[in-house]
Design a protein around this ligand. Structure first.
Ligand SMILES: C[S@@+](CC[C@H](N)C(=O)[O-])C[C@H]1O[C@@H](n2cnc3c(N)ncnc32)[C@H](O)[C@@H]1O
Length: 227
């Protein structure tokens, strides 16, 4: 795909920069704190808190990229002793030599984080792979012609920016996801753009603007009910 350059963000965690798109994979204010805030705290933790009786949470991620969100979801499953089924799609898998330059496995204090980060990347594509109580399924493909799995409890919507890839933030894509999502399920994303909010509402979601991670005013939290 494009040339990719590893960088260090303001909280000391890695990210990647794509010069041709002038786009980063995460916020330069801190990749780790951004992913934790948007996807773990307002996505997974929110769902688990409101549905404590569900012992296997089904997550779908748009854009596997560096695997940071998958690593944090695995960490959450360890801490909460929860089963996670994690499906993620990626059109342009990041090369191994670039993955080796990322520091996520080293900066997390959870036991086995480093080994798990490597396993997330060496796990085969397009088939299920079990790591502890975390089942990973990485799909190598294009979200635009992919039918998401059913059921989904939590969506980590982590595409490149809507200005760069508006087709991914469309009513079509959001409707495909909405139709696979359980009652009480949640989608979170870093973008709080008006078009994104409107497209989510048109697809059927109830949408709230929440405070974003440090350096970002807002993020979006979209539910399939009025929890
Ligand atoms: C903002 S990055 C985030 C990646 C990841 N969640 C992370 O934490 O590193 C967006 C990702 O979406 C992927 N992507 C772009 N277009 C796609 C498409 N049409 N279908 C699937 N993935 C796509 C990119 O290659 C990139 O890895």
């Amino acid at each position: 795909m494009h040339t990719i350059k590893p960088i260090i963000t303001a909280d000391g965690s890695s990210s990647l920069f794509v010069p041709e798109l002038n786009e980063h994979y995460h916020s330069t204010n801190g990749a780790l704190q951004e992913s934790r805030h948007i996807f773990i705290d307002h996505g997974m933790h929110y769902f688990h808190k409101n549905n404590p009786e569900i012992d296997t949470i089904h997550i779908f991620e748009m854009g596997f990229g560096t695997g940071l969100n998958a690593l944090l979801a695995w960490e959450f499953s360890q801490k909460e002793n929860l089963k996670i089924h994690y499906t993620t799609i990626e059109k342009y898998p990041v090369e191994n030599r670039v993955i080796h330059e990322l520091n996520f496995g080293k900066i997390l204090t959870t036991a086995n984080a480093k080994e798990t980060f490597e396993t997330l990347h060496t796990a085969p594509w397009n088939q299920e792979y079990r790591i502890d109580n975390f089942t990973l399924k990485k799909i190598e493909g294009d979200m635009l012609n992919y039918n998401p799995p059913k059921p989904i409890d939590v969506v980590f919507f982590d595409a490149f920016a809507p200005d760069l890839m508006p087709q991914l933030w469309s009513v079509d894509v959001f409707s495909k996801l909405f139709n696979c999502m359980n009652f009480n399920s949640v989608l979170t994303t870093y973008s709080a753009k008006g078009d994104v909010r409107r497209n989510l509402i048109t697809a059927g979601f109830t949408v709230k603007k929440l405070a974003g991670p440090p350096g970002k005013r807002h993020m979006l939290h979209a539910t399939c009910s009025t929890l």
